[in-house]
Design a protein around this ligand. Structure first.
Ligand code: ADP
Length: 406
């Protein structure tokens, strides 16, 4: 049990006193200026921050017309605003959307943010204004704005540079394609002459060649053909890359096309004693670019023969699978390590160790093949086992049949 308070009245007075001083300290400690203004616009109460912010002493400020704290240019408007606030007094920010300013005793101006609340004292409307000096915030905002403008300007300049570079690159690419087209024409014509005449010599119609001469002419012919293939492939890849390669689709006999390509490869296979097999079961017409289709099959089959040792086997399997034509070119050759599979479709890539000894070629055959298949809307994939062989499989979508079209 607690003892009764001997002087309850004194205790209440003491508590009230301390409460008031606590509130006073709270108001004084606030970083914002707090002012109370009466109906006539006179300042009735203020805290320490208000003295500091506006540069007046407390004595000077008490009873001062609040208009003195408003920039001269705004005073007319301010009187009207005070009257309108009195008609609808509630707690709200002052001048939403406006850039408000306060005026110090020395006449200097500073940006402020003001919050207003009504305070009824004995039936008369007093207004409490809480004023925050936002000079620092404005400085930071200005700095952010300047930085943003600077970055935007830099970005715009960079974009313009990039656009100019990309235009230059496009132009250079077009010139490269035009140059390659005309150069390859210039190079191909004499090469055809070299190949043609070396073949004539090999046929020995103009007189016999001794064994050495025969071999030399063979080298000339073989290297000239290699050069021609390289030129054709470089032209192809540059056309593909610049988007200038267009397909000439037509309906043709796929069986016949496979037969032609295998015939073209048969000699090379025979020199290595490689068995060449045709396991095509698609005997319909194919709607595609016939010459490009032959190029695709030729590239895959000549690689198969090239990378298969003496006495091996190379075969082509093909057939309809749903609405697609599926063709696999398989061999019992040296194979390709798993980690190399994605790279072999890149330009100029040749597998290092596994194809050692077999160095003829350009590294352009597979990338061109892949592009040509993709231009037809198809895909190509590889499965391969080093030392056992490889299987390249392509899938081409078939045009809808007449029945399906109607
Ligand atoms: P290349 O002109 O060298 O044949 P490709 O682009 O056609 O160029 O092939 C790239 C590389 O992929 C070849 O150099 C070879 O290392 C590998 N490769 C392609 N086909 C086969 C295959 N059937 N067997 C083994 N390796 C192959």
């Amino acid at each position: 049990m607690t003892a009764p308070d001997p002087n309850p009245h004194a205790s209440t007075v003491h508590q009230q006193g301390s409460l008031e001083s606590r509130f006073r300290k709270l108001v004084e400690a606030a970083p914002d200026a707090i002012l109370e203004v009466n109906e006539q616009g006179r300042i009735m109460f203020l805290n320490e921050a208000a003295e500091r912010m506006f540069g007046y002493s407390r004595g000077e400020m008490l009873g001062l017309d609040v208009e003195n704290l408003v920039p001269a240019a705004m005073r007319g408007g301010h009187a009207k605003h005070r009257a309108s606030y009195a008609s609808r007094p509630n707690t709200r920010p002052m001048g939403t959307g406006l850039e408000l300013q306060g005026q110090r005793k020395d006449g200097s101006l500073f940006p402020v943010e003001i919050s207003l609340s009504p305070n009824w004292i004995e039936g008369s409307l007093h207004v409490i204004a809480s004023v925050r000096d936002i000079t620092e915030r404005r400085v930071v905002e200005a700095r952010i704005r300047a930085l943003r403008e600077q970055y935007t300007a830099e970005l715009t300049a960079k974009n313009e540079q990039l656009e100019a570079r990309s235009r230059e690159a496009e132009q250079a690419n077009r010139l490269k394609t035009e140059f390659l087209a005309s150069m390859s024409h210039e190079l191909r014509t004499p090469l055809h002459t070299i190949i043609g005449f070396s073949e004539l010599l090999t046929e020995q119609l103009e007189g016999p060649l001794n064994e050495k001469q025969h071999r030399f002419v063979g080298h000339i012919s073989q290297d000239a053909r290699h050069l021609l293939e390289l030129i054709n492939q470089i032209l192809d890849i540059s056309k593909i890359e610049s988007g200038h390669l267009e397909l000439r689709r037509e309906a043709f006999d796929f069986d016949h096309c496979v037969g032609e390509v295998l015939a073209g490869i048969r000699n090379h296979a025979a020199t290595k004693n490689i068995t060449l097999e045709n396991q095509n079961s698609f005997h319909d017409a194919l709607f595609a670019d016939r010459l490009r289709m032959k190029e695709i099959l030729y590239n895959l089959l000549s690689n198969a023969v090239k990378f298969t040792p003496e006495g091996g086997r190379v075969w082509l399997e093909s057939g309809r699978e749903g609405n697609s034509l599926r063709v696999s070119v398989c061999d019992t050759g040296i194979g390709i390590p798993q980690q190399e599979h994605p790279s072999i479709f890149e330009k100029f890539y040749q597998v290092g160790d596994s194809s050692a000894g077999v160095r003829e070629g350009t590294g352009l055959g597979l990338p061109i093949t892949k592009h040509l298949i993709e231009l037809h809307g198809g895909t190509i994939s590889v499965e391969s086992w080093p030392g056992k062989g490889s299987r390249f499989t392509l899938t081409l979508p078939l045009a809808p049949s007449r029945d399906e079209r109607s």
